[in-house]
Ligand binder design. Structure first.
Ligand code: PGA
Length: 249
């Protein structure tokens, strides 16, 4: 049976006590959930949340990382520091990093390769803006983000990569892609991966959907053939919304 990958991105929310409290509630309420689970608190709460979820079925994720192992990089957090705290997954190329902080495909690619080198799993986010969709360049954008983002990634390392398709216009807006629209883009992602890595790798790749996933739309999205999980923002901030998403079936 298909096992879904349900991930929560807490973004710039939650103080340490708030994060501990949410993680504790998730730990209790998701202990019987059979899906692959991850939560990504802000950097400041990683250590405390690590203590709560250690040894459980919930993986610790980070929302970003610096492009170097160490050095004079004011304000950045290194892959080694993340590993030191028990982080096992890192979200890279989130649209907020791309669009608000100007991260390029080339920079994201450096981070992807560095994370994989240190055996962190990567969630590589891709997605078009509304303008790009309306201009008919959706496929061009997705193809570029995937091929540039994965440049130099060995086929053997691809098993540590999950792709998250997050249409920018659906993030935090309450607008979700219809399951059919999302599935079509997921299918296209798989086609690009097949061109880059072969059919087998493309078949095995997990592709999450992200963008206003909620308890009432998750099941219809997950029912689609090419959708293998969800990257959840707003609805991951409360156990009462994240638990039903993780337990959608
Ligand atoms: P959202 O965010 O669920 O609040 O739309 C998704 C994301 O940014 O990963």
């Amino acid at each position: 049976m298909k096992r879904y990958f349900i991930a929560g991105n807490w973004k710039m929310y939650k103080t340490v006590p708030e994060a501990v409290s949410l993680a504790s509630e998730l730990k209790a309420r998701l202990s019987d959930c059979g899906e692959k689970l991850m939560i990504a608190p802000p950097f400041t709460a990683l250590q405390a949340v690590a203590g709560v979820i250690k040894g459980t079925n919930i993986l610790l994720g980070a929302q970003n990382m610096g492009p170097e192992e160490s050095g004079a990089h004011t304000g950045e957090v290194s892959v080694l520091m993340l590993k030191d705290l028990g982080v096992s997954v890192v979200i890279l190329g989130h649209s907020e990093r791309r669009h608000t902080y100007g991260e390029s495909d080339a920079l994201i690619n450096i981070k992807v390769r560095l994370a994989l080198k240190h055996k962190l799993e990567v969630i590589l986010c891709v997605g078009e803006t509304l303008e790009e969709r309306e201009q008919g360049v959706l496929e061009k954008v997705i193809r570029r983000q995937l091929s540039e983002g994965l440049k130099g990634v060995e086929p053997s390392a691809l098993t540590d990569v999950t792709v998250a398709y997050e249409p920018v216009w659906a993030i935090g807006t309450g607008k979700t892609a219809t399951p059919e629209d999302a599935d079509a883009v997921h299918e296209f992602c798989r086609k690009v991966i097949a061109e880059l890595y072969g059919q087998n790798a493309a078949k095995q790749l997990l592709i999450q959907y992200g963008g206003s996933v909620k308890p009432d739309n998750v099941a219809a999205l997950m029912a689609k053939q090419n959708i293998d999980g969800a990257l959840v923002g707003g609805a991951s901030l409360k156990a009462d919304t994240f638990v039903p998403i993780a337990k959608f079936r």
